[in-house]
Ligand binder design. Sequence first.
Ligand code: MN
Length: 430
Amino acid sequence: MPLTANDPKRKTWLETPPNTDFPIQNIPFGVFLTRDDIITIGTRIGDYAIDLGALHQLGYFEGIELTDDLFLQDTLNDFISDGQKTWRLVRNRISDIFLIDNASLRDHSEHRKQVLFTMDEVEMQLPVLVGDYTDFYASKEHATNVGSLFRDPENALLPNWLRLPVGYHGRSSSIIPSGTPIRRPFGQTKPGEDGVPGFGPSKLIDFELEMAYITTDANQLGKRVSVKDAKDYIFGLVLFNDWSARDIQAWEYVPLGPFLGKSFASTISPWIVTLDALDGFRVDGPTQDPAPLPYLAQGGRENFDIKLEVAIQPENSEETVVATSNFKYMYWSMAQQLAHHTVNGCNVQSGDMMGSGTISGPTKEEYGSMLELTWRGQNPIKLKDGSQRKFINDNDTVVMRAHCENDEIRLGFGDCIGKVLPALPFAEEN
Ligand code: MN
């Protein structure tokens, strides 16, 4: 099916700000609460949130086979479960409805009132109920930096790293939409000389700059998804801040991997940008040497040129961009990750979320975590207000952004924002 919605020549009758992340070529999917406290599935063009439940009730999806209540839900899981053909029909139709010379909704003020909201009238929710969340570790630069910091620069990559996309199963209950503040977590830290572990608020709160992809039902238990077919099961992507407490992580992670140092919160941008919308931004990934085993071999362009940035904004102060990176640096592609995830027959379901792992690039400005940017605190970063950061302070807001751009169009993900609040003291909990 042609992706007519991607046509860069398309223009919309809605007013959109210049350089918006959400031109008519984007058409992302999300869930929001309206001014009347109604929860609905929607999309966004410019600074307008568009109620797909209302559009459906008013007949604008006529001719596409959809259940009546498909968009009147508080998650996208059922819509995603309907599969790629439905996503494409719906996304193309939305684009048609808002095309500059389509008068059907444009000139129907009553319908417009029911369908259109400005972004300040709605409250974004989590777009999916995340059943399972897996976090990969797929950036070679990041894995090399972390291996150098914690082990040995000569043998930074463990022997398995170049052979398979390393991952672990994360916690989905604490995945939160952009804007939700987080509490600095308490936890155990490495013992001092007396052998007793420390216990208190983490002193080393960090961000991890990641993208995450949302899947549809990909395979039944016992079956596999091939690298070649993987793209058909990836609905879309969000920006992802995998908050990490480095001191808690360092003490607890042996031998089974990350646990409470990661599970206290993970922030996602609320609009899922479809893989289809990103199709024009496919690029080749890095050369893989040694060549992957045949089940991980890929032919086509499976990486995506998505420009990334992270900023820190202290309270009552302006932000400072502390890192820029690019999703194209990923060593193991999403397609390889999904093929590997299912090669043992593990079933992947609608609404599952797969984090890329921290996306670090080759230069020091492109490191995707404070751990790397400050080299474990050795080289603090100076912010515009004159203060310094080794890690994230209380009341700092971390802002992540992502966009794609070529000669014809620019589209992006919107902000992925989280503020770190001071730890909750034990006494106040009762
Ligand atoms: Mn991570």
